[in-house]
Design a protein around this ligand. Sequence first.
Ligand SMILES: O=C(O)c1ccccc1NCC(=O)[C@H](O)[C@H](O)COP(=O)(O)O
Length: 232
Amino acid sequence: MSRIIKICGLRTIDRALAAATAGADLIGLVFAPSRRRVTVAEAQAIAAAVRTLPPPRPLIVGLFVNEPAHVIAEIARTVGLEAIQLSGDEPADFSIPIELPLIKAIRMTGDPTEEAWLARIAATKPATGNRLPTMTALVDAHIAGVYGGTGQQADWQRAAHLARRVPTLLAGGLTPANVAQAIAVVNPLGVDVSSGVERDGQKDPELMAAFVRAVRMSDAVAECGAERCCTE
Ligand SMILES: O=C(O)c1ccccc1NCC(=O)[C@H](O)[C@H](O)COP(=O)(O)O
C-alpha cells in the first residue's frame, strides 16, 4: 500500500519542485492568513511549474479558511487547483460550485459540525480511478484560535478510530522521525506535513525527502509484513 503524502504550505516554485522530486503526491498552497500564505499570482506560477512535470506529478491542493464558496471556486479556476482543503469553521452543508476532491480538516473538538462533516464524508462514494477520494478527512491538532500548521501533534488514538470510519489524512506535528510510528498507530490513508519539513521557516528539500523516505519505508514494511524482509 502506498500512502498519500501531502506536503503543505509551499511558497516558492523551487521548493514546490523539490517537494515533487521528493515524491509528494499532493502539494498544499495556503490561501488563508498564515506566514505560508501565497497570493493568487504566486500560486499560478507554482501550479504552472508543477504541471510541466512528467506524470506522476503531485496534485495541487488549495487550502482555505472560512472563505466564501464563490471565492474558492474563482481561485480554483484561476490557479488550476486539483483539490480543495477546508481548514476553517465551514458548515457541513458547505458547497463549492466546482467539482474537485474535497479535504476537510477535523480537529476532533467534539463540535457537532465536525460530526456532521464526518457523516457527510462517510456517506460519500469514493471516486474510482483517482488516488484521492472525493471526500477525505484531514485529522489535525486542536489549538484554540489557530487553523493549522502549528507543528502540534494530534491525538493519534482518536485519529486511529476516525481512520477506521472515513478516508483520513493524518496531520499535526509529523516529522521524518515520528511519521512511521504515527502510521503504525493510526493506519491512515495518507499523511500531511508542514512544520516538520521546515528549517528556518522554509521548506527544506532534505527534510521533505527524508519524510517521504520514512513513509515509503513504512509502506514497504506494511507490504511485506516484517521489517526484516525489507532490510535484508
Ligand atoms: O499551514 C498553515 O500555515 C495553515 C494556516 C491556516 C490553516 C491551515 C494551515 N495548514 C493546514 C495543513 O494542512 C497543515 O499541513 C497541517 O495543519 C499540519 O501542519 P503541521 O502540524 O505544521 O505539520
